[in-house]
Write a protein that binds this ligand. Sequence first.
Ligand code: SF4
Length: 348
Amino acid sequence: MNARRISKTIKIGDVAIGGGAPVVVQSMTKTDTRNARATIDQIKELQHCGCELVRVAVPDAEAAGAIVDIKKGIGIPLVADIHFDYRLALKSLEAGVDGLRLNPGNIGEANKVKKVAAAAKERGVPIRIGLNAGSLPKAPGPGLSVAQRMVASALEQIHLLESLDFDLIKISMKAFDVPTTIEAYRDIADKVPYPLHIGITEAGTPRTGVIRSTVGIGTLLWLGIGDTIRVSLTTHPREEVFAAYEILKSLNLRQRGPVLVSCPTCGRTEADVVKLAEEVEKRLQKIDKPIKVAVMGCVVNGPGEAKDADVGIACGKGKGVIFKKGKKLATVEEKDFLTALMKEVEGF
Ligand code: SF4
């Protein structure tokens, strides 16, 4: 795995991004931002799942006004997502938002961008220049690939903010197409010193979206690129946070909660290992400690194959072996598989 690209550090609220800080997990609410109560409830759930930074859509002045109440009810930094209307950015800043996501290109006249940059700078609030492949301006550059157009457009907008003496910048350049996204991020990573927010946009429903996001985000992280991530899924945002952590955990970039090792089952399996693994996974979601748990489908190969697990079970016909670090601990009846395993997990 490549060494991580060291960018400038920015702070969104009290969360450091870039400069070698841990990769930050973020998500976006799916409630109506004007409904502060519902938005707070969703953010609190995300926070509980490990979300470290949350973005809300700000489509109108009422939504911008709701930020005051939302901020009072949550414990993680809040980013306002603004399109087109610079007054919504100013109102969100007044309401105490910790970060802005906008596209200076669609804010319009330089004078409006200047006002937003000045107000953000005064409060020390970073701006994410958030480009999406689907909403790129036609110019610049006929004959350029989508990735090249994304980079050209990002550079233009970065230069605009820099010309206003504003450098609390974070950049994203997401596409649905994974190779395009990777190409765009690799290119911009070499050209600017700012932290990068990475993700695959409109990735889809969990079944396909998690895979698409994992390939894109995982490849970039492997290349050392990415300071904060969002997995975009057409479902409840808690699934985005779970998926984000699984990506980071699988690359050993972050630790959070348990890791479940489970065998795929095969012709040797003599118990309902699929059901057991699903139930264990559900219960592990309520556990915070970093523990590796294994659910294996046979007594012969199970403990050996999962020897680096902290605690595990190898299921045989009617009986199973509970093991710790690959060593046998006890033999239990089939009806006790789940309780016996969870008892060891909880006591670990
Ligand atoms: S652990 Fe046993 S049951 Fe599971 S896949 Fe391997 S050999 Fe098959």
